[in-house]
Design a protein around this ligand. Structure first.
Ligand code: PAF
Length: 273
């Protein structure tokens, strides 16, 4: 992959990269389209598929994470991807692998509290993928807003010579954010899962005309989510979109993120209110 990227760069082609864990859906395709736009007609779009074990905790869904490489290949071909990079576990993590990348601030709250080793795994694999693919730009989805912010900080702090682009969240017609994990939901859970999107809308409507105390808004949103019997809230947070510092008063422009379990399936979503 690195040799191919070097050859492309030598010929003057710009490389746009979309890292994924596979089981591609319309959300990934929109990131690939965004990458094509950034690379230009003569540029190269690279997609990686790698279900990265270091970002899963032992109790998480690494083993059953959905995989369908044959279908992913077809989708990438249809989307005009120039190279699909699908490394094996022992190529990414040799048995004596011992170096990790840790971002120590933005990665702490929310996903970092619920999944304490998650971003160490994400930063490490993304840094490795950047060093292998040598992209000029890399595209990350807005659904994982904390991941995008952590990666942006890592790129700045460690001087990776590339630009990060954040692609908008793709949604199902009823508002549910697209995710490979939606596949785990039972029909009943799937119907109730629209509550994440509803919660974001309700919060935005509540603060449209006047600021509201975060505590009060959290309680209001919690009451709404509890109308769905299968939903179990992991977190609801209101924070500054640039610093990721929590705010005590929520107003227009505040970022909101939430994580909600349906059975063992954990869904996340976020919006700028
Ligand atoms: O967002 C994902 O799919 C993963 O966290 C990523 C960025 C591909 C790293 O494994």
């Amino acid at each position: 992959m690195q040799q191919q990227s070097r050859a492309w760069k030598k010929s003057g082609a710009k490389i746009a990269f979309v890292p994924t864990m596979g089981f591609l859906h319309a959300g990934h395709i929109s990131l690939i389209e965004r990458a094509r736009k950034a690379a230009g007609r003569n540029g190269k779009v690279v997609v990686s598929i790698y279900v990265n074990p270091t970002q899963f905790a032992p109790n998480e869904d690494l083993k059953k994470y959905p995989r369908d490489l044959r279908r992913d290949k077809q989708l990438c071909q249809q989307a005009g991807v120039d190279a699909l990079f699908v490394p094996a576990n022992n190529q990414i993590y040799p048995p004596d692998f011992s170096t990790f990348v840790v971002e120590e601030k933005i990665s702490k709250p929310m996903e970092g509290t619920s999944r304490p080793t998650h971003f160490r795994g994400v930063c490490t694999v993304v840094a490795k993928l950047f060093n292998i693919v040598l992209p000029d730009v890399a595209v990350f989805g807005a659904k994982d807003c904390q991941q995008a912010a952590v990666v942006q900080r890592m790129v700045r702090d460690l001087n990776f010579p590339l630009k990060i682009i954040i692609g908008a969240t793709a949604r199902e017609p009823d508002g549910l954010a697209m995710s490979s994990r939606n596949k785990y939901l039972t029909p009943d859970q799937r119907a109730q899962a629209t509550v994440l999107h509803e919660a974001l809308h309700e919060a935005a409507a509540t603060v449209r005309n006047k600021p509201v105390a975060a505590k009060q808004l959290r309680a209001q949103i919690l009451t709404h989510i509890r109308t769905r019997p299968q939903a179990r809230v992991d977190y609801i947070e209101f924070f500054d979109p640039k610093t990721f510092e929590p705010v005590s008063t929520v107003k227009r422009g505040t970022q909101m993120a939430l994580a909600v379990f349906f059975g063992k399936t954990r869904l996340i979503d976020n919006a700028t209110l």
